[in-house]
Design a protein around this ligand. Sequence first.
Ligand SMILES: NC(=O)c1ccc[n+]([C@@H]2O[C@H](COP(=O)([O-])OP(=O)(O)OC[C@H]3O[C@@H](n4cnc5c(N)ncnc54)[C@H](O)[C@@H]3O)[C@@H](O)[C@H]2O)c1
Length: 437
Amino acid sequence: MSRVAEILAKKISSKKARIAIIGQGYVGLPLANAFASHGFRVTGIDLDARKISMIQKGVSYIEDISSASLTKLVKQKRLFASCSYEPLRDSDVVIVCVPTPLNRAKDPDISFIVSATEAILQHLHPGQLIILESTTYPGTTEEVILPTLEKSRLKVGHDFFLCFSPERIDPGNPNFHTQNIPKVVGGVTPQCAKLAASLYEKITTSVLKVSSCRTAEMSKLLENTFRIVNIGLINELARAASSLKVNIWEVIEAAKTKPFGFMPFYPGPGIGGHCIGVDPIYLSWKAKISGFDLHFIELARRLNSEMPHHVVSQAVYTLNQYAHKAISRSKVMLLGVSYKKDVSDIRESPALDILQALQGLGAKIAYHDPYVPQIQNDSLSLKSSPLSPKILKEQDLVILTTDHTCFAYRSIVKHAHLIYDTRNALKHFKEPHIMRL
Ligand SMILES: NC(=O)c1ccc[n+]([C@@H]2O[C@H](COP(=O)([O-])OP(=O)(O)OC[C@H]3O[C@@H](n4cnc5c(N)ncnc54)[C@H](O)[C@@H]3O)[C@@H](O)[C@H]2O)c1
């Protein structure tokens, strides 16, 4: 072990290592909160001045993190926040949690990783551990980050340490959080992996070291490819089941009683967020460069992206069949617009596509979502409407798009004339005015 590695290992072990986390979004803020709560001094860095100011005031903007926790950590001088990269100068560990979206051509856009790496290079010094957590294609850490950091003439594995450790957080999940989700770590050298593993062992119950950064990068993509493919499969089966006059939800409940070899996935109005629909594309893009077409990913992507259109056509059919109304003369309200339950994230949410398509067909659209006070984009400008019995009664159709736990389902069923439930949230209600995906 090099002398600098030894010093860094001691700092990690005594929690004296100073940590900087670049990117304070859904991933970075919970991670900063976790390290600071476990006794480290952490600085959250973000280009978004609003987020930085909120952290400094101890105000959380992520549902899973309480303002009380941030306030306590800020007061104890364990959590700091900055819009500048200056704190990297004094940091022993730098963790990168910046976005990895797709560009307009639907190819990976790693520009945020590139700019964060340039910033790290300006402050790179011996004894620093750099960890990338952003989801990305296999090879990013060694092909993009390493050559940039080596411009410093410092040697990886000797002077500084570089790893990839995928973030696996599931916002809104009350059972799993940073501390109890096992961490996977791959290092450019075994020493790199060892140092990163010793760091994560301070905040998580279990850490698995894998043989390379590429393995760690691909393990995250396997997880989300597994999800997109299985969701695509169940969405396709759901559509087939309805024409076979079978209730797909009941089929899944029956199949999942098998104690081995089956894992339930559920149909829905489409996939959203910045993970499941995006991450597998990182894998198929990179595989294509190596001469492989990943057919499963492309098929699943297509099947899932058809779901919002399917919901709209079912809405048109339901109104016609049960209310004898044309969509162009109907009032339609969506319940829940975030891409999944109990979060405020509307990025790539299928509810936005559904609202837009209904609006295009001339329907009078409205939505209610306690997590999303307004929607403002190129084609939609809406405020969340209150959810009173009167407003429910005024709707020709209510589409349940996100199954938030806080919804008063009994009242919704009581007051709405016609409901199309895309999440099986009303499975315990047998009323005839409820249609299901
Ligand atoms: N959200 C999830 O559930 C989740 C789960 C696992 C993995 N991931 C992955 O983690 C990464 C981050 O996702 P997220 O949901 O936290 O994104 P996010 O958009 O919520 O947060 C990213 C933050 O990074 C900041 N940022 C961008 N470029 C920066 C730069 N150069 N310097 C400083 N700050 C910068 C942005 O202002 C933003 O606040 C992505 O790769 C994502 O795929 C996300």
